[in-house]
Design a protein around this ligand. Structure first.
Ligand SMILES: [Zn+2]
Ligand SMILES: [Zn+2]
Length: 136
């Protein structure tokens, strides 16, 4: 059972203002990978005065402290994933942007010293691209 984002933030002593709380609540959920715009749309339903800039900054902060994963699934907009554990891959429809979690998480193949170019790998992202049933 994945932990909830709001609980994790509270546990680490993160100051949850009303705005941050709403952003965290909207982001949280199974199989949800919202863009910042989508987060803003949903957050504004709960807190009409919340600005787009606040939402953008807040999701960015959550990503920086490692509580949310920032994914470049379709090369257009970033998607935010609150389910940092267990590690998982993603399946995306390139037409409508529908995203599913892939439950298994075979680690990406390790790179040889010669392929690393002295980089330190922090994470890998594996994305399966396709066309969903609705778009076919
Ligand atoms: Zn689709
Ligand atoms: Zn995911």
């Amino acid at each position: 059972m994945p932990s909830h984002l709001v609980d994790r933030l509270r546990k680490r002593g993160y100051r949850l203002t009303a705005q941050r709380r709403v952003v965290a609540e909207v982001l949280d959920g199974e199989n949800l990978h919202l863009t910042a715009d989508e987060v803003h749309k949903r957050a504004a339903v709960l807190l009409p005065e919340i600005s787009r800039a606040t939402v953008y900054n807040t999701v960015q902060q959550f990503a920086e402290i490692g509580e949310v994963l920032e994914l470049s699934l379709n090369g257009r907009s970033k998607h935010y994933d609150p389910n940092i554990h267990p590690a998982h891959h993603h399946l995306i429809c390139d037409h409508c942007g529908l995203v599913y979690d892939v439950a298994h998480s075979i680690p990406a193949p390790p790179l040889d010293e010669s392929e690393l170019h002295e980089m330190v790998i922090e994470r890998t992202e594996i994305v399966y691209h396709g066309t969903c049933a609705g778009c076919r």
